[in-house]
Ligand binder design. Structure first.
Ligand code: SF4
Ligand code: ZN
Length: 311
């Protein structure tokens, strides 16, 4: 590292990005990072106007919020932030404090909502009652709340901080467990809105950036982020797949990008299965369930009947 020089200004480099075989000083790493996000969105033909950035307080979503704030003019977008307080003890309290601080610093509007106002209980209780993995319950809850808030407040897109480590681990697991539908369905760079079903669009601008790059970007921008790992994430199998990627990358540093790009291209060639979309008869948002009750309302009904059984 000592001998490396920034490929742009030739000053002493602060980082070396292995897959790009390029070293950068702080300033030019920030430029490289933001340009990569801009290019990802432009190449995916993103044309949003009002974007709600989902911010957990972790390095990925914090980096996303800072980068989109810097790029707002270039992308011609207005942004606001949303944080869902999942009520996971100290972890959530710290996350709320960090997100408030960031919004104040960036001078952008922020909305912080309490999961109990939608679900009736915090995430740990919801996980206990349903006896399902925490991250599966959390995914259903966050998706529904984000879409509802974005839809009701006139946003056309929600931006989430999924990075290449998340996506490559998810798709590797999908391939190794024959869950092809998980590859076909999830993680497009841009998913356009579908107003007929009250679905807000999605963008995943960090799809080609690594967790490590998001962390460096936060550090170089002096952006605060929560260092603690969510206590409910313990035992999540996706972490094991991320570790496997670490080994593969030692053999071939560009394998992860090639893997994600190949699968994105393959998806283009596959005829998408027809999805029978309908609206949930309880909440009115989209669902594919045959009984027209969405996953979130099903969860809420289960929690309600648990609460009734206690009284
Ligand atoms: Fe939710 Fe799992 Fe993330 Fe914790 S680790 S915030 S439970 S998705
Ligand atoms: Zn519903």
């Amino acid at each position: 590292m000592k001998k490396k020089r920034c490929i742009v200004c030739h000053r002493k480099a602060d980082v070396y990005i292995v897959y790009a075989n390029a070293a950068f000083c702080r300033e030019h790493f920030i430029e490289f990072y933001e340009r990569k996000i801009l290019r990802t969105l432009k190449e995916a033909k993103f044309e949003g106007r009002r974007v709600l950035v989902a911010v957990s307080g972790g390095k990925d979503s914090v980096a996303l919020l800072y980068a989109l704030t810097s790029l707002a003019e270039a992308l011609n977008i207005q942004i606001a932030a949303l944080h869902i307080d999942l009520r996971i003890g100290n972890y959530s309290e710290e996350s709320v404090a960090i997100v408030e601080k960031i919004a104040h610093e960036l001078k952008i509007p922020i909305r912080i909502v309490d999961v109990r106002d939608f679900l009736g209980v915090g995430l740990p209780e919801a996980t206990r009652v349903t006896k399902r993995p925490a991250c599966a319950v959390c995914g259903i809850v966050k998706r529904w709340i984000m879409n509802k808030i974005a839809y009701e407040n006139g946003f056309d897109y929600i931006a989430t901080g999924h990075n290449i480590d998340d996506i490559s681990a998810f798709w590797l697991k999908a391939l190794l467990t024959q869950r092809e539908e998980d590859i076909i369905r999830d993680f497009s760079i841009v998913t356009p809105p579908n107003p007929d079903y009250r679905i807000v669009g999605r963008i995943r601008p960090q799809i080609f950036l690594r967790e490590q790059e998001n962390m460096l970007y936060c550090l170089f921008k002096h952006a605060p982020f929560i260092q603690e790992i969510c206590p409910l994430s313990r035992g999540a199998t996706l972490h094991r797949y991320k570790e496997i990627w670490g080994d593969i990358l030692e053999v071939n540093p560009v394998s992860q990008i090639n893997f994600v790009k190949s699968l994105l291209r393959l998806r283009e060639r596959i005829e998408k299965p027809k999805i029978n979309m309908t609206t949930c008869k309880i909440c009115g948002f989209a669902t594919t369930a045959k009984d027209s009750i969405c996953a979130f309302c099903r969860l809420r009904l289960r929690i309600q009947s648990w609460k009734n059984s206690l009284s």
